[in-house]
Design a protein around this ligand. Sequence first.
Ligand SMILES: O=C(CO)COP(=O)(O)O
Length: 256
Amino acid sequence: MAGNWKMNLNHQEAVVLVQKLAWTLSDKKHDYAKVEVVVVPPFTDLRSVQTLVDGDRLKIGYGAQDVSEHDSGAYTGEISAGMLAKLGCSYVVVGHSERREYHAETDATVNAKAKKAIAAGMTAIVCVGEGLEVRKEGRQVEHTLAQVDGSLAGLTPEQVADAVVAYEPVWAIGTGEVATPDDAQEVCAAIRGRVAETFSEDAAAKLRILYGGSVKAANVAGIMDKDDVDGCLVGGASLQADEFGGICRFYDMPVI
Ligand SMILES: O=C(CO)COP(=O)(O)O
């Protein structure tokens, strides 16, 4: 379960949220050890999160929301994979739909960024997913698989096996409009099928596929019940420790 904080919370607020989350996850009534929990704060929060996670030996992973496709040098405003690895990040989100839309990131850019994250020893969370128009035309599978092809191009089967793909239909992000569990399953199954064809059966079996888009504690169990959904990439609901904690104990939530 990964919480993408997007551009929310300064480093002091980040410390408060991670402390609250750690408290929520220490509740002995639930077995949170079953679930890998990751937070994805803004760059400026990472050092504080690292200090807290290391100091208190928290079982919370963390990662970054983006990475440069360059290694170092004259790229003002960019953050390299080496810098993120040095801060103890285990994950890097690449190709979020907000980056694709507002920063004109193409599959080629996303692919280059994923390769940098992987080369620096981190796990890329590669985001894909269709917009409303494409969904209305019923072309969500075709559209998303083209993004998968472009974004994972040139990776080895072993690298894909260790990667994460997040299927986030753009029309379901921040809108309260959650895809049905069957909508999520349709595209997530197609992604796994494509990875099996392009890379290997083993890579497809090991690849973790997340669903993202208006996930809440109340709807997470139905989504997680689907065979090809291995976890969720959560936006708004990850900013509240109680709500994100509820999502992290999805196995104890009612399926609706
Ligand atoms: O974009 C998302 C996570 O990356 C989803 O955001 P919401 O959960 O706020 O819809």
